[in-house]
Design a protein. Sequence first.
Length: 639
Amino acid sequence: MPQKRRILAITACPTGIAHTYMAAENLQQAADALGYDIRIETHGSVGVEHPFTEEDIATADAIIVAADKQIDLSRFQGLPAVVSSVSDGIRRPQELLQRTEGATPIASTGNAEARESGESSAGSAGSVVYKALMNGVSHMIPFVVTGGLLIAIALSLGGEPTAEGLVIPEDSFWSTIAAVGGLAFTLMVPILSGYIAMAIADRPGLAPGMIGGYIAVTGSLYHSEAGAGFIGGIITGFAAGYVALGLKKIPVHRYIQPIMPIIIIPIVTTLIVGLGFIYIVGAPVSAVFEFLTDWLAGMQGSSVILLGAILGAMAGFDMGGPVNKTAFLFSGGLIGSGNAFPMGMMAAAIATPPLGMGLATLLRRKWFTKQEAESGIAALFMGFFGITEGAIPFAAARPLQVIPANVIGGAVAGGLGGVFSVQDHVMHGGPIVAVLGAVDNVFGYFLAILIGAVVTAVIALVLIGLQRKQSTEPAATTPQVQKDQGIEDLLVDDAVILDTLVASKEDAIHLLASDVMCAGKIEDVAAAVQAALVREAKFSTAVGNGIAIPHLKDDTVQEPFIAFARVVEGLEWDAPDNQPVNLVFLLGVPAANAGNQHLKVLAQLSRSLMKQPVRDALNAATSAAEVRAALSAAQPARS
């Protein structure tokens, strides 16, 4: 027996919560289907889990890095690598595994070339900037959350009411707790700056980046009262990173090389970035930051609502993606300058998509598949803890219905957060931060979340209801299977998938239904899959000879179709000959389709596939056209 291909994988997202582990799970399932031996190291919010041993690295054939933050790859020098985003690990795990064959080895610099990704130089540069920024954000968040929650706990338990609000008595135990929290909070910008620089230039950039970040918030160095805040920290982080990277590329004598990364590069970079910021950049950036802070603090009435609505809409748009993270960074970064209102708006909006979709599954359970109903319960819990990614499964299945609902619901929650003057003193969201005492005006905060979640659920259900209504039009307006149509006429070219890897018949049906939806033949992948599986539960649609013909007659089908997948690894399908299935045809017709023409098509397809030459042609086909030709050749001549 040939030895299994051994693959290592690293998954990481900026916050280290949902995407990190979703990518790891999908890569594991894809590897199992492919027959690979995979070891996965997750870089999540709790740190590195399941770290690779030296033996793992020595015996590996390749490594996959599915990450949206910087990963040090120096320990994998010489190992073929596929470097991609964490979203690719979730959506295209099999493709990443297949790309490890012939991948470019990691160079001595610790970086893997990504020529096989097909990215342009501009796209690659944008990816570097995004990953560097997210690397800084991911390392900054624990400091902000820890410091902010310590201060919030000290205020809620040790604060005494005064005319100026809660005040912690000096020299008390809670004053010490608040001071510790303040120290952690102060490190926010230096950590952000340092890890941005490190993502660009590796370890030589860390010290200059952190020192530059501290300079950015020390306004007295450049005659500013407030400092340059997180905007200054981002500038110093990128400046330190690229200056250090440039210095690393300067050729020096081999006797000088050992001291370059620990002495020369950090000192020279610190002087260039630090002095440049103090004498040139600091004052203008500080002025912009002070203007921004004063402008936000002076917002009243409709302008506050507009800001909250914009932040909330961004939070709901991509549920933890770049747009969400941009709004999150903007809002959280202002906490350090004493303005916690934007984070209050953002914190309310962050929880709205998962809570709203969870509520929708409770209100109209029959409209969702069993798996979606279970995801709805999980989404409610994730929403409580401020994890927007809980709404992703619904958006993936029904993007045209769920994403608009998330955006509108998030905008409502964010706008109401502004109306109620909600403040969140930690860089996190969801009801949990109010429970821990980090939110001012708790009632207004919960009310904003509740209304936003209800709006999300109602809009999602209205849009899903309209979709269901449109798919039940009178039979006269519904496309019919014509008597003179052959099975090759119903084949959807965009839903012909050759040599794919799937783990189960459910996955195969879902894959085909997704492509059929993209071709405009069905409106709801989840509903189509459920309808096919309901039929499957009554009697297996495997017909022997490695063939299965799952089929459905359902409201979600807009036009009759046939989709085809050729599976690399045979699937268990309870076939009459007990053989695995590798040729899968998905047949669908609208529920309003009159007569039994679809049964005739099913019989016609079954008879054709019993012919060995047809099966041989399907197994040898390299394109949709060749699949169509194989089906056409098996049909009797039509007048």
